[in-house]
Design a protein. Structure first.
Ligand code: BGC
Length: 352
């Protein structure tokens, strides 16, 4: 089922719609056409209780001023491009700079700040909405006029399927993701340090002290980044490892073992679960990397329902290409050529 409500009105009079997608198992999600934001994700954790497992805000104003990309679709390029510079087919590009001299999540007016055209695709068993955005050649400094589509589908098996489609008028780079911050105990329940996580990745991309990958692809063996066995998040966070210091916690790309460049199918990549194992989130994707981020910068941020969010109150599993790939020839290519159709899929499944 899908319910539409008015979430707020922009200064220019444009309406921001909230779509509530719900299934017969009692799971429901609130999604905005502003930034494609997942604002609320309710899971019936007992007969009497529903738990909201994502961080978010109460008002439109909060989303317009947000600098953490809470729940948003980010792009054109998720995560960092060093100095906002890259060269594609012999042409140098300079993008918008919005994080300490680098480009983060596609620039200050990236996808998360845009109002997407929105429509209901299916209001039946597996409710589904379509979000569409045109980003013109030169938008935030990126080449190519691109048409982007994202489909959100909530299945009867409690999976949220996110599909990304794009095409461009000329060669460009493209790397979208969703930036949800999960707290499986509830968005207002404090730290996620006791969550256990697993990520099927034998390698990761070390960063410099500005969070930009050095270009090395390193093995995770004997580092705090070996999440192949189920690992308590507190473990890596408590080490004095230089990488953890550089990221102020976990803010790193893991190279997913089961990535296969031609695959259009979401394969199991990661999971998180509460300390008592009552709620589990499983992540499936066809993307090559996963940025794990432990909300390192949150500091007294006013969230939904009077919550006050602090560092480590959420954890993101951002499925994407590796950060700064356009400047790192050894990383999987993010080039999207004219005439090609970009497709990627990520599914988040909640078990409770
Ligand atoms: C980045 C962080 C950044 C956060 C919020 C993450 O994807 O890796 O460095 O602070 O997003 O935008």
């Amino acid at each position: 089922m899908i319910k539409q409500t008015l979430f707020g009105t922009m200064e220019n009079g444009k309406a921001i719609t909230q779509y509530t997608l719900s299934n017969s198992r009692g799971v429901s999600l609130d999604i905005l056409n502003l930034g494609g934001v997942i604002r609320r994700w309710l899971v019936p954790t007992s007969k009497e209780t529903t738990t909201d497992i994502v961080l978010g805000y109460d008002t439109l104003e909060d989303y317009l001023h947000d600098d953490s990309s809470f729940g948003a679709l980010v792009g054109r390029y998720a995560n960092r491009i060093a100095k906002g510079q890259f060269t594609l087919e012999g042409v140098d590009y300079q993008t918008d700079i919005n994080l300490g001299g680098h480009c983060l999540h596609g620039g200050s007016q990236g996808f998360s700040k845009q109002i997407w055209a929105s429509s209901v695709l299916s209001d039946s068993e597996n409710p589904s909405i379509l979000l569409e955005l045109r980003s013109e050649d030169g938008d935030q400094g990126f080449p190519g006029d691109i048409q982007v589509k994202v489909i959100y589908t909530l299945t009867e098996h409690n999976r949220l399927k996110i599909e990304y489609f794009a095409s461009s008028s000329q060669s460009t780079i493209f790397n979208p993701t969703n930036h949800s911050y999960f707290n499986l105990n509830g968005h207002n329940k404090g730290t996620i340090k006791e969550h256990k996580i697993q990520i099927l990745a034998s390698q990761y991309t070390p960063i410099d002290n500005e969070g930009v990958p050095t270009g090395e692809i390193a093995v995770v063996d004997n580092t705090p980044f070996d999440f192949r066995p189920l690992t308590n998040i507190a473990q890596p966070l408590s080490t004095t490892n230089e990488q953890i210091q550089f990221g102020n916690g976990l803010d790193h790309n893991l190279c997913l073992d089961y990535y296969s460049p031609e695959s259009k199918v979401a394969t199991y990549a990661a999971q998180a679960q509460t300390e008592n194992g009552c709620v589990t989130l499983k992540v499936y994707t066809n993307m090559p990397g996963m940025q794990i981020f432990t909300a390192n910068h949150l500091n007294n941020k006013k969230g939904k329902d009077g919550a006050l969010y602090q560092a480590r109150h959420g954890v993101c599993f951002e499925t994407q290409f590796y950060a700064d790939s356009p400047n790192k020839p050894a990383f999987p290519s993010t080039t999207l050529k004219a005439g090609e159709e970009f497709y990627s899929v990520t599914e988040y499944e909640v078990l409770f």
